[in-house]
Write a protein that binds this ligand. Structure first.
Ligand code: 5GP
Length: 120
């Protein structure tokens, strides 16, 4: 089950700089910016620059370099935010049953407080 990538999704527009965001981190593989509706004191979205619908699409179709790049970017974001010791939660909603709203693969990074068992 693989949806086609919708180039008009909101994160594609953010990647094309058609919608401004506060850039928290950027490299060749990833972009990170604050979630517009934060669910924790720190709520950042980290997205690959490639056109992937979901984590399933990314895992199946992205190159090893893209996959490594995103993983390293996530860790750098957490380090840059000073979260290495306090910790953080990573969530990636994938598909309808998880309630994925934006069809561009994204990882939520939640931090800044003791998080409840179910936050998203
Ligand atoms: P999902 O439910 O797909 O896992 O998460 C989508 C997330 O994107 C939500 O937490 C939502 O608040 C966030 N979001 C939706 N539209 C925008 C936007 O235009 N800008 C930013 N920064 N975040 C957005």
């Amino acid at each position: 089950l693989q949806a086609l990538y919708d180039a008009d999704n909101i994160f594609a527009k953010i990647l094309r700089r058609e919608i401004p965001v506060e850039i928290i981190y950027e490299d060749d593989y990833a972009l990170a910016f604050p979630d517009i509706a934060p669910q924790a004191p720190i709520h950042v979205l980290i997205i690959p620059k490639g056109a992937y619908v979901s984590s399933a699409d990314f895992g199946a179709s992205a190159s090893d370099a893209e996959i490594a790049g995103l993983a390293r970017a996530i860790t750098k974001v957490a380090e840059n935010l000073g979260l290495s010791h306090s910790g953080y939660r990573l969530i990636s909603n994938t598909g309808p049953d998880a309630g994925q709203e934006v069809p561009h693969y994204h990882v939520h990074l939640l931090a800044g407080a003791k998080l409840s068992a179910k936050l998203i």
